[in-house]
Design a protein around this ligand. Structure first.
Ligand SMILES: Nc1ncnc2c1ncn2[C@@H]1O[C@H](COP(=O)(O)OP(=O)(O)OP(=O)(O)O)[C@@H](O)[C@H]1O
Ligand SMILES: O=P(O)(O)OC[C@H]1O[C@H](OP(=O)(O)OP(=O)(O)O)[C@H](O)[C@@H]1O
Ligand SMILES: [Mg+2]
Length: 283
């Protein structure tokens, strides 16, 4: 039987969430900290643990069939692969930043200045579009310390909370790109039956993550008010309680909708509200 190969990051920002996603898909595998390749015991899948920078090319060239990588990683390597699924983690922005006391305030001010980055391809494309010519200095990590060391006038790097910029005395002044982790595949792999099955599992895990199973009790006289407040629910289950005149409403709703209606639900007479996580939703 054919075995599919997936490439994920060996260690770093995307490793934990990639492993967690695969495990939540019901895949069993071990030794992933010590080995660079591991076999899933209950699905025909091999997992390759790689540097994130190498994943787009490995997938394009068919060394791996599919892979998990940041969108910025794909843009940086300029590969031709298929996007199979956005994964909702590894969300970050790529920004230009300068020391707090710098005179540089706009992208145009970067003309003739030096910029340190680990993402020279994305930066070069952006600057060319803006008609700005700067000296790009490629650095493989700890980019944020380069202005302080006198190595560059500005930096172009990943920003999430902004904590690393702040602690290095830097301020962002232009957003260039947003990124999140995505599942990519070799061109044409979309039609593969194993890929389709894995994708279905991934999508059911992701749907479940955003959705909650909610149970609440309400007096029958208030039932319609409660049902009106539960958005997107076509047909919740309504079960009688032992106490005469009361019912329990069971429903599955996006967590965001639940929180935006919680006070109205209480005001409409909902009691004993229980919210439970869902493991998978198969549609
Ligand atoms: N602070 C962050 N918040 C959210 N996502 C991030 C953050 N930093 C990086 N990422 C995303 O995770 C990817 C991997 O980041 P990481 O810092 O682990 O890369 P790396 O140091 O190049 O790792 P490797 O050793 O695999 O080459 C980035 O390309 C980006 O898409
Ligand atoms: O805005 P923040 O929340 O501070 O995140 C941004 C930092 O996160 C990433 O580095 P990471 O911590 O993954 O370490 P690395 O430099 O070793 O890749 C990135 O390169 C930034 O330095
Ligand atoms: Mg890397």
């Amino acid at each position: 039987m054919k075995t599919l190969k997936i490439a994920i990051q060996k260690s770093g920002r995307l490793n934990d969430k990639s492993v967690e996603l695969l495990k939540n898909c019901g895949l069993s595998f071990e030794n992933y900290k010590s080995s660079l390749i591991t076999q899933v015991s209950n699905f025909p899948l091999e997992i390759l643990f790689l540097r994130d920078d190498d994943i787009p090319e490995y997938v394009q060239d068919g060394i791996a069939d599919i892979g998990i990588v940041g969108e910025n990683g794909i843009a940086e390597t300029d590969v031709d692969v298929s996007y199979l699924q956005r994964l909702g983690f590894g969300k970050c922005k790529l920004k230009l930043a300068v020391p707090n006391d710098s005179e540089i305030q706009t992208v145009a001010d970067l003309h003739g200045k030096s910029i340190a980055t680990s993402y020279p391809v994305i930066l070069e494309k952006f600057l060319t579009k803006q008609g700005v010519k700067s000296e790009i200095k490629m650095i493989s990590g700890s980019v944020e310390i380069s202005p302080g060391l006198g190595l560059a006038d500005a930096i172009f790097d990943i920003v999430s909370t902004g904590g690393t910029l702040r602690s290095n005395g830097l301020k962002p002044f232009a957003d260039v790109m947003s990124s999140e982790a995505v599942l990519i595949g070799r061109k044409g792999i979309e039609t593969d039956a194993l890929v389709a099955e894995l994708l279905q599992r991934i999508q059911s895990v992701m749907r479940a993550k955003e959705t909650k199973y909610v149970v609440l009790n309400v007096e029958k006289v208030n039932l319609n008010k409660i049902l009106d407040l539960l958005p997107g629910v076509k047909s919740p289950s309504v079960l009688p309680l032992a106490e005469e005149g009361w019912v329990a409403v069971h429903t599955v709703i996006p967590e965001i909708d639940f929180w935006s209606h919680i006070n109205e639900l209480k005001a409409a007479g909902a009691q004993g509200i229980v919210v439970m996580p869902i493991e998978k939703i198969i549609v």
